[in-house]
Design a protein around this ligand. Structure first.
Ligand code: FES
Length: 105
């Protein structure tokens, strides 16, 4: 069991408890609705970013590039907390992943 702090970029924070469920499910069980789409790791809609602690993907996170994983991005629909952690959530986090041609990414 892990305590997970959810952090939104607008300053909201909440703490949920995650057992053997995904971070998305843990948030939903505590009545926080986070963005999601496929729930299988294929669309990245649920992207969060690990600020503290550690998590593991229970299946291949197909929607994340390796460099995003290296930067701490996780797919909340298939990620389980390994220990107490903090994760940035909300649609803004997913927007980080979108390529911006004007920035030359
Ligand atoms: S909801 Fe699609 S990757 Fe998580």
């Amino acid at each position: 069991m892990a305590t997970v702090r959810l952090v939104w970029r607008d300053g909201r924070e909440a703490t949920v408890t995650a057992t053997d469920e995904t971070l998305l499910e843990a948030a939903e069980h505590a009545d926080f609705s986070l963005p999601f789409g496929c729930r299988t790791g294929a669309c990245a809609t649920c992207t969060g970013r690990l600020l503290d602690g550690d998590s593991t993907h229970v299946r291949q996170p197909r929607a994340l590039k390796q460099r995003h994983r290296d930067d701490g991005y996780v797919l909340l629909c298939i990620a389980r907390a390994k220990n107490d952690s903090a994760v940035e959530v909300g649609v803004d986090v997913h927007n980080d992943l979108l390529e911006n041609p004007r920035k030359g990414h």
